[in-house]
Write a protein that binds this ligand. Structure first.
Ligand code: SF4
Length: 261
């Protein structure tokens, strides 16, 4: 599947950082169109180009060649090598890997004989289960401005959980989850490839004590129980541009202060 054809769930993996922190954000974001911008488009294209390059190296299924200008091609070829080499090194260790892996969290409820209250799915750039019992989730970030941290990364945990839930019963389960961010263009003290390891039991504890109850709370949609919580996550919230009352208050206060100066 091409990166641009990825569908987005209401409670998506990429939005988990927002809705886990602010349970009102999904309802306030409803109907707000996803704005495309130069950087998002470039990121999508970079993922498709990387997928095609991996297929050329024999990793993953073949995908259509991506037509880009010479300038963009040079940008991709300068920056994507670190991601391609890392993913290829994992793929060489195991047959249990997938590029653009679609994952679902439905089994988190189905395993308890419950109906999932929301359709929850996402597509991870790359996942692999290596013989050392590590489940790898690798996320390519092409942005240059905000360096993404792998620690407690809810998007990575969402993908890891979905992959874990889809493992066949005859496979030795992973003991460790390794979330890896590969971000070649942003400066970070730990370099372009950054990892965070979490024990599988701790990921499952997070799934049952944090993620599952939060999803159920949001799905219930009782506004008296939902909360609006501002924070760093607002940067990516669709409601921040207009629907969010907290943001409107902040803007009004700043406007008043500007007149008072
Ligand atoms: S902008 Fe921030 S506070 Fe407002 S809904 Fe979104 S996440 Fe919540």
């Amino acid at each position: 599947m091409a990166h641009s054809e990825r569908a987005h769930a209401k409670l998506s993996a990429s939005g988990a950082y927002i809705w886990l922190n602010c349970t009102m954000s999904p309802s306030l974001s409803e109907g707000v169109p996803r704005k495309s911008n130069k950087y998002a488009d470039e990121g999508t294209l970079a993922h498709e180009y990387a997928q095609w390059c991996l297929a050329q190296r024999g990793v993953g299924k073949s995908s259509a060649a991506v037509n880009v200008s010479q300038e963009v091609k040079e940008l991709f070829e300068t920056n994507l090598g670190v991601y391609l080499d890392y993913v290829e090194s994992l793929a060489k260790q195991t047959d249990l890997y997938a590029v653009e892996k679609r994952v679902s969290l439905s089994r988190l409820w189905e395993n308890d004989r419950q109906k999932p209250p929301e359709v929850m799915f996402g597509t991870s750039d790359f996942v692999a289960l290596t013989p050392d019992k590590i489940l790898h989730v690798v996320d390519l970030k092409f942005g240059a401005s905000v360096a993404v941290d792998p620690t407690d990364n809810s998007q990575g945990l969402y993908y890891a959980l979905g992959t874990y839930l889809s493992l066949p019963e005859n496979i030795m389960p992973p003991e460790t989850i390794r979330i890896t961010i590969v971000q070649p263009r942003a400066k970070h003290p730990d370099g372009p490839i950054r990892h965070w390891d979490v024990a599988t039991v701790d990921m499952l504890d997070w799934a049952y004590s944090v993620l599952k109850p939060t999803v159920e709370l949001i799905a219930e949609n009782d506004k008296t129980k939902l909360s609006i919580v501002e924070g760093k996550h607002c940067r990516w919230c669709p409601a921040a541009s207009g629907n969010c009352p907290e943001k409107r208050k902040t803007k009004a206060t700043s406007a008043k202060a500007a007149f008072a100066d």
